[in-house]
Design a protein around this ligand. Structure first.
Ligand code: CA
Length: 728
């Protein structure tokens, strides 16, 4: 019997190692702002005859092209966070480029694959305001990075400047890792992430002359007047007409000579980084064109439309020229895979963090849920599994990438990842399984940049529906009849049934993705803003060792708790970050808007939050717990050294049978599991406030919610041993 077992075990280990050898490698090539319209392989695209993308096209030709591939949040950082986590922004915490920091300790697909024996590398644009976690090798651009002679952040956190064009360098580094530095015995995932074609669209020297003398086609909607849609469209600040910078975008030198036609203030920083040879090559191409245009402008020879058209030509040519070196890079990598023999067992993907407006609706940039920036290119080659040359309309989204990578590499997809593996579609000639999603969900959270208001919505195979909270307004587009999205039909009686049905789907999908109020950051007004600003002032002025984060019960350390505070924390560099009436969503907002600035090295943070989620709306305890999880994640990202003392939500209302009391107890049951024994320590001191029957008494909580000075004494005593343990 023993022998049989041994033999069986031996066979299984053989099978397992054979399986391990067959696990595919993944090369995930990813650019920044590359619209489907600027890839020749994409059918019907504006530049499908012109885009310099023969190598990207090759991936499509030898593999599969997804026509209905969308992002979950159309800006750089958020899309990357969606991909790493397989989750929508409201759960991975990276909502926008300006206020969010990525919590690298949360679950991501590279970490999971690394645990499964994969070698992982991340090279190029990262843009998540924190260093990569879960990679054997990384070398990233700081923030947006530069095109010319760029700096990179190395794994030891130093910065190093490299000569050359950014796309070429990223490829050099990627190839070096593939050829020399990785562990050749292990399968690998290489994320090679280009800067181009991000603004300000600076081509490599060898491509500067591309498209000389060519007149680019214009989109039908270049002169869009935004009629028949929400007035929010016309409020944008991303128009080719009005918002192109003289230096940064249009590549003129010196002071803005025509402020009536160009925005001032941002020079062409790339030009400043160039060496003399690069400058010479640049000027030889740009200066003659610029001087001719300026002379015409000066002479009054150009109509308003002609000026806009000139800007458009300059813009799209620069954009497409910057793609040429991305495509060269793709070609170099494909060639290496061919020569090394790796091609056979390597999945190759080309995608981009979101699309871009190439003059559609008169715009550049992204952010909107209109097709051109909502779409993401996605082409994938997998020899032996994907039949070559297939184009599919299956509805996929960037949250699917992580689950797909895990799936094809034989790893388990965690239940809390929100995307789905697209492997069944890849294996079945582009056909989605019968139970595949009918709609994707999208959110944009709004930023000052470009003045695009927050909106969220769904896209089905045919329709786009979104909601603009600013005007409490719906927009509905029939993409079959109106592919340019020039008329919202939400008020059209002919679409009444469709509209209602889609609104139902929208509510359903939000609920399924847990996009509920407890996790969606929101500021409050009036005095709240004043207190928020005052707390920020204190935070910015001094580093603190101990942070108290919460609602009125925390704020009142400055009221009823004042004496106890002075005795217990007066000499310990403690900061009160409590605001009366706050729910989790408000705390989430303010922690990302200044409350934690300068507090990176705080020793401990005490958090007690959630009773207003209960009190204001009797929110489902699991939702409040989601909100608390988000707060912990923000702290991990922004205060990487801080130990977190997460307190159970204090008891409220007199009796254990009271409904709100029970909700708080249920929250505590869930959040007790957030204790990881290292960064997060959970402590429920509820019982200290209760008598032996579990009743709250007025000497401790007169209104059965807020504490008396005696109550604050109990609080301080109850957490003191733990605070000491956490190094305070
Ligand atoms: Ca981008």
């Amino acid at each position: 019997m023993k022998h049989i077992l041994l033999i069986l075990a031996f066979c299984f280990s053989l099978l397992a190692s054979a399986g391990a050898m067959e696990r595919p490698n993944i090369i995930f090539m990813f650019s920044d702002d590359h619209a489907c319209n600027a890839i020749s392989a994409y059918p019907g695209g504006l530049f499908d005859k012109i885009a310099p993308t023969p190598n990207i096209d090759r991936i499509a030709r030898e593999g599969m092209l997804f026509e209905n591939s969308f992002c979950a949040n159309s800006i750089c950082g958020p899309s990357r966070a969606n991909i790493l986590t397989g989750k929508h922004s409201h759960l991975n915490g990276f909502l926008d480029n300006n206020s969010s920091h990525f919590d690298g300790l949360q679950q991501t697909f590279p970490q999971l694959l690394r645990n499964q024996g994969y070698q992982t590398a991340m090279i190029g644009k990262w843009h998540l305001h924190s260093n990569p976690v879960g990679f054997d090798f990384w070398r990233i651009l700081p923030g947006q990075g530069s095109y010319y002679n760029p700096d990179f952040i190395e794994m030891d956190n130093s910065r190093k400047r490299y000569g050359g064009h950014c796309n070429d360098l990223v490829t050099d580094f990627g190839l070096k890792w593939l050829k020399e530095d990785r562990d050749q015995k292990k399968p690998f995932v290489a994320m090679i992430q280009f800067k181009a074609p991000h603004r300000n669209w600076s081509a490599a020297e060898r491509h500067l002359n591309l498209f000389k003398g060519v007149t680019m086609p214009e989109p039908e909607t270049l002169f869009d007047d935004y009629a028949n849609r929400s007035k929010v469209l016309a409020e944008h600040a991303m128009g080719i007409d009005k918002h192109m910078y003289w230096g940064h975008d249009m590549k003129f030198h010196g002071e803005n000579q025509f402020p009536e036609h160009f925005a001032s203030g941002i020079p062409n920083a790339e030009y400043r980084r160039m060496n003399d040879t690069q400058k010479k090559a640049w000027d030889a191409v740009y200066e003659p064109e610029n001087q001719k245009f300026l002379a015409d402008l000066e002479a009054g020879n150009l109509s308003k439309k002609e000026i806009l058209r000139w800007k458009y030509q300059r813009y799209v040519k620069d954009y497409l020229k910057s793609i040429a070196s991305v495509d060269d890079s793709v070609g170099r990598i494909l060639t290496y895979l061919d020569k090394s023999g790796l091609a056979k067992n390597t999945i190759v993907i080309y995608s981009s963090d979101q699309g871009f407006y190439l003059g559609e609706h008169g715009w550049y940039d992204k952010r909107w849920m209109f097709e051109e920036s909502f779409e993401m290119p996605f082409v994938i080659r997998w020899p032996g599994t994907i039949k070559p040359g297939i184009q599919t309309k299956a509805l996929i989204q960037n949250i699917d990438y992580g689950p797909t990578f895990l799936d094809v590499c034989g790893a388990k997809i965690p239940a809390d990842m929100q995307g789905q593996s697209i492997a069944p579609i890849l294996k079945n000639s582009g056909k989605a399984p019968a139970d595949w999603r009918k709609a994707v969900y999208y959110t944009y959270y709004g930023e000052a940049t470009h003045q695009v208001a927050a909106h969220d919505g769904i896209r089905t195979e045919r329709y786009t529906l979104f909601y603009v909270p600013k005007y409490k307004e719906w927009q509905l587009f029939d993409n079959e009849k109106d592919p340019q999205q020039m008329k919202s039909v939400h008020n059209d009686p002919a679409y009444a049934t469709v509209f209602k049905d889609l609104q139902g789907q929208y509510a359903q999908i939000k609920s399924a993705y847990r996009a509920h109020s407890a996790v969606l950051p929101v500021p409050r007004g009036g005095n709240w803003q004043k207190r928020h600003a005052a707390m920020n002032k204190k935070a910015h002025a001094n580093k603190h060792d101990l942070l108290f984060i919460g609602d009125s019960i925390t704020q009142a350390w400055e009221g009823g708790g004042k004496k106890v505070w002075e005795t217990s924390y007066g000499k310990r560099k403690a900061l009160n970050l409590g605001i009366s009436g706050d729910r989790t969503e408000h705390v989430i907002w303010r922690l990302n808007h200044g409350n934690l600035r300068n507090q990176r090295a705080a020793k401990a943070a005490v958090i007690m939050i959630g009773t207003n989620n209960t009190g204001h709306s009797k929110q489902d305890p699991s939702e409040t717990a989601d909100g608390i999880a988000r707060i912990l994640s923000i702290l991990r990202a922004r205060c990487p050294q801080t130990k977190i003392l997460l307190l159970g939500v204090f008891p409220r209302d007199p009796y254990p049978t009271d409904e709100k009391r029970k909700i708080n107890v249920a929250i505590n049951e869930i959040i007790s599991k957030f204790d990881d024994g290292e960064r997060v320590h959970f402590l429920d001191i509820s019982e200290k406030f209760l008598d032996q029957n579990g009743h709250l008494t007025k000497d401790i909580m007169p209104d059965f919610l807020h504490l008396t000075p005696k109550g604050y004494g109990i609080w301080a005593d109850a957490i003191e041993p733990k605070l000491k343990e956490l190094g305070l």
